[in-house]
Design a protein. Structure first.
Ligand SMILES: Nc1ncnc2c1ncn2[C@@H]1O[C@H](COP(=O)(O)OP(=O)(O)O)[C@@H](O)[C@H]1O
Ligand SMILES: [Mg+2]
Length: 382
């Protein structure tokens, strides 16, 4: 038994966690990570019953076996961000602020006492990552609706000046009622008061590289004022993944655009901090119209001709190489709403055509019937 397995079974077996929670069940495969599943490893996540309120909640415990200042800072920041989002619509709700509780690990030769930091949030039952896994059988209208909900969920964070910086399908969950999508895992998010975040960790890869913007990959990750654009870029990656069979990262790799980003990273590495942004503007301006980005129509899909251009505008608006040219979420929502209207008009027109056809066929059948009757009546008279 590994220490992680022992830890999970110890917590799951406790009749009461911190005197308040029962029936704990680890839900993030902490002890046995699934290969190829893009999951974070910052914490141990349990579902549990809150014995005070009788609701099921999520308990996120700071990983006791991988302590580091960076991880603890992320954990504490998540608690801080969640505090700011209390009672905010479409934002993950905190149920208990960061707290500590002592547990005893039954190891030989003598048990060890450890102090666990944790917080509790509401539970969001719908697994958006799983929905992405089933995208092959998802009708186009459902994809559009899902993406619209994702946009609304991220817009809710941005309205409170919280920028996520690690957006990807497994950091999105959904509510059952109204299909609302809500962002989770706010450990790398920034708040208005966070200035030039994580400058001491500039070398640390924060956020999943497949969803990180080119400027974030090139050393500008810590610039708070750029984080909103990183979220836009990640939304473009998420959109690409939902509407095509592949990930954008894989396609950029095939088209060697990732090589160009590596080259930019090399150029940016030697740039002093004070001129980094202006250097990036120069580089981004050079490449922004020179790269051959994949389009939705490159892949087999059921997107109708009437809306594909609007969807392409959102996608390419979000993934523009130069962050200054990216579209914002309101513009993306405006374009998505046009798609929804066109689709419902298309459906209405199809329905109308079908009704016309039925009407015409009925009329023809009636005329034939009348003629047959008339002819057979004539035959009788003769
Ligand atoms: N509020 C929640 N409701 C339902 N599942 C959750 C919730 N928070 C976390 N999870 C599950 O736990 C996993 C890991 O949690 P997350 O906050 O993303 O931490 P990590 O830093 O380990 O990625 C998520 O991918 C999700 O499956
Ligand atoms: Mg996560």
């Amino acid at each position: 038994m590994t220490r992680e397995e022992m830890f999970v079974s110890l917590i799951e077996g406790m009749p009461s966690f911190d005197g308040r929670y029962s029936n704990l069940c680890c839900i993030n495969n902490y002890a046995n990570p699934i290969p190829n599943k893009r999951q974070g490893q910052f914490s141990v996540v349990f579902s549990a019953t809150d014995d005070v309120t009788d609701e099921r909640v999520i308990i996120k415990v700071y990983d006791p076996f991988r302590p580091s200042k960076f991880r603890m800072d992320c954990f504490e920041r998540e608690g801080e961000v969640l505090q700011e989002l209390i009672d905010k619509n479409r934002c993950l709700q905190l149920k208990k602020a960061i707290n500590t509780t002592d547990v005893q690990l039954p190891v030989t030769p003598s048990p060890i006492d450890i102090s666990l930091s944790y917080f509790a949030t509401e539970i969001l039952p719908v697994d958006i990552f799983e929905k992405f896994n089933q995208k092959g059988s998802m009708p186009i209208d459902d994809k559009i609706d899902l993406f619209r909900e994702i946009l609304l969920g991220i817009r809710a964070l941005h309205m409170h000046k919280v920028y996520h910086r690690d957006l990807k399908p497994d950091n999105l969950r959904g509510e059952e009622k109204d299909n609302r999508v809500i962002a989770i895992d706010l450990g790398t998010a920034v708040l208005p008061k966070t200035v030039h975040v994580l400058s001491s960790y500039e070398k640390v890869q924060v956020g999943h590289p497949s969803y990180a913007s080119p400027e974030a990959c090139c050393g500008l990750y810590g610039h708070r004022e750029l984080s909103i654009y990183n979220d836009y870029y990640s939304l473009g990656c998420i959109m690409f993944e939902l509407f095509t069979p592949n990930t954008l990262y894989l396609e950029l790799h095939k088209k060697r655009i990732t090589d160009i980003i590596s080259l930019c990273e090399f150029q940016m590495a030697s740039e002093p901090e004070s001129t980094k942004i202006s250097k990036w503007h120069e580089i981004a301006h050079y490449y922004t119209n020179r790269l051959d980005y994949p389009t939705l129509s490159d892949y087999p899909n059921d997107i109708s001709k009437s809306i594909i251009n609007y969807l392409e505008r959102i996608l390419h608006g979000f993934i523009r190489f130069d962050y200054r040219e990216r579209i914002n979420i309101d513009e993306a929502l405006r374009l998505i709403d046009i798609c929804i209207k066109i689709r419902s008009n298309d459906k209405f027109e199809k329905e109308l055509q079908k009704r016309h056809q039925v009407y015409r066929l009925n009329r023809i059948a009636k005329i034939i019937k009348m003629n047959t009757k008339y002819l057979s009546a004539g035959e009788c008279h003769d």
